[in-house]
Design a protein around this ligand. Sequence first.
Ligand SMILES: *Cc1c(COP(=O)(O)O)cnc(C)c1O
Length: 309
Amino acid sequence: MKREDLSGLALGGNKTRELEYFIGAALAEGADVFVAGGGVAQSNHAVQCSAAARRAGLKPVVVLRPSRSDSTRGNHLLNIVIGTDIRLIEPAVPGDGNQPRGEGLAKQMDRVADEYRARGNHPYTLHSSFHRLGAVGFVDCSVELTRQLREAGVEPQRIYLTSSGATQVGLALGNKALGTGIRVIGVRCGSVGADQPSRMVELGSRAAEAINIDTRLAPDDIPSVDFSGEGYGSPSPEGYEAMALLAETEGLFVDPVYSSKGLAGLIHHVRTGQLGRGETVVFVHTGGVGVMSAYGDEIVANLVHRQPR
Ligand SMILES: *Cc1c(COP(=O)(O)O)cnc(C)c1O
C-alpha cells in the first residue's frame, strides 16, 4: 500500500501532492489569500487546501455546497479548527446537471475572490484539482513509488486507486514515461461524464507539456472500474465490507466516500479472477479518513452487528 493518506498535511490525502504545485503557483503570483471550493461541505479537497494555505502563510477561503454540513463532524469541523473563511452556498438542485442554484461553484469562487480583491488582498483561486499541476504532483508520486519498489525488490503488475481525475492521470503518465509496464486502474466512486476518458487523456497531455516530456496517454493507459454504487457520497455495501476487512486484517482505515470504494474494486478483481494469484498489486491509499465521523451513524448501523473475524 502506498500511503498517500499519510501525506503529512491535515489528516492526509492525495490533494497534498497536488497542492504543492498550486501553492507554489499562488506564492509565485504574490498571493495572500487562497480560494478553493468543494461540491460538498465535507470535501477533502477543501480541507487540504485550507491546511496547505495555512502552512504557506496564506488565508484559506472555501466555497462549499452545504450537504452534510454538520460543523461538529468530519472535514467541516477541521475547517473550523483551521479558521477557514467558509462560505456555504445554495445546495445543488437534483436534475440540474449537479449545478448549484443560480451560479456555478467557479463563479461563486470568483465572486469571493473579488470581495477580497476589493479589500486590497491578492487572492489565488483554484477552481478545480482537475488541473495539469495536480497531475504533475502524481508524476512525482510515480517516481517516488518506482524508487521505493526497486529498493524493496517488488515488481507489481498493477496499481489500484480511487480516482477519475488528476491522480490516476499523473500516476499513469509517470509509469508510462518511466517504462515500468505497471497498469494504473482508477476505481470510480461517483458517476462521470462519457467524455471523462478523453478529458483525462487531454489532461495527461497538458501535464506532459508542463514538465516537458514526450510521453502521451492513450485511453487504454487509464482503465477504470465503476464502484460508485448509489453515487458520489453514498457509502456502498462493498465499501463497508472493504472498510471492515482492512481494519480487521491490517488495523488501517479507509473512508466511506473514496478509498473504501477503491479497495472494494481491488477486492472484486481478486474474487472474480481478474487479478491472478501470482500478481502483485499496489493499492494507493488516497486518504479521506477525515470524513469518517460525518458518516458515523451510517457506519455504525452497517458494521456494529457484524461478526468480526
Ligand atoms: C479527491 C480524492 C480522490 C480522487 O481524486 P481525483 O481527483 O479523482 O484523482 C480520491 N480519494 C480521496 C480521499 C480524495 O479526496
